[in-house]
Design a protein around this ligand. Structure first.
Ligand SMILES: [Zn+2]
Length: 120
């Protein structure tokens, strides 16, 4: 089976750097919920190379700045599922970048339940 994250059009990128790109989550949990995805097909956080770790920090800060300017969230959840027992369903590195708002009313338990109920 083909990996869907290996076939995402660059037209959908919200941001990118050398090693990562960002798209909107197709089932957003909150307004602005995005996915940071590695350009290289690699399983999860633990298989990233050191230079990719640095680039992940860089693109995370780029996304925070973009979302702060556009949506003014009050906080963020950054979530990664590493392994099937942790409910990872697409085995290509992705990080859920979830803006949070005091009024969104979501608990971390509710966020995890929503992430488990959708495809990625
Ligand atoms: Zn892939």
């Amino acid at each position: 089976m083909k990996c869907i994250f290996c076939y995402i059009s660059a037209e959908k990128y919200l941001a990118e750097n050398q090693y990562f790109f960002v798209i909107q989550d197709i089932h957003p949990i909150t307004k602005g919920h995005s996915l940071i995805i590695s350009k290289r097909h690699t399983t999860d956080f633990f298989s990233l190379q050191p230079e990719e770790m640095i680039a992940l920090l860089d693109i995370s800060k780029i996304m925070r700045n973009l979302l702060d300017e556009e949506l003014h969230p009050e906080a963020y959840n950054l979530l990664m599922n590493c392994g099937s027992a942790a409910h990872q369903s697409i085995f290509h590195f992705h990080l859920h970048f979830i803006p949070r708002y005091h009024k969104d009313g979501l608990s971390l338990r509710a966020i995890n339940a929503k992430l488990r109920s959708i495809s990625f």
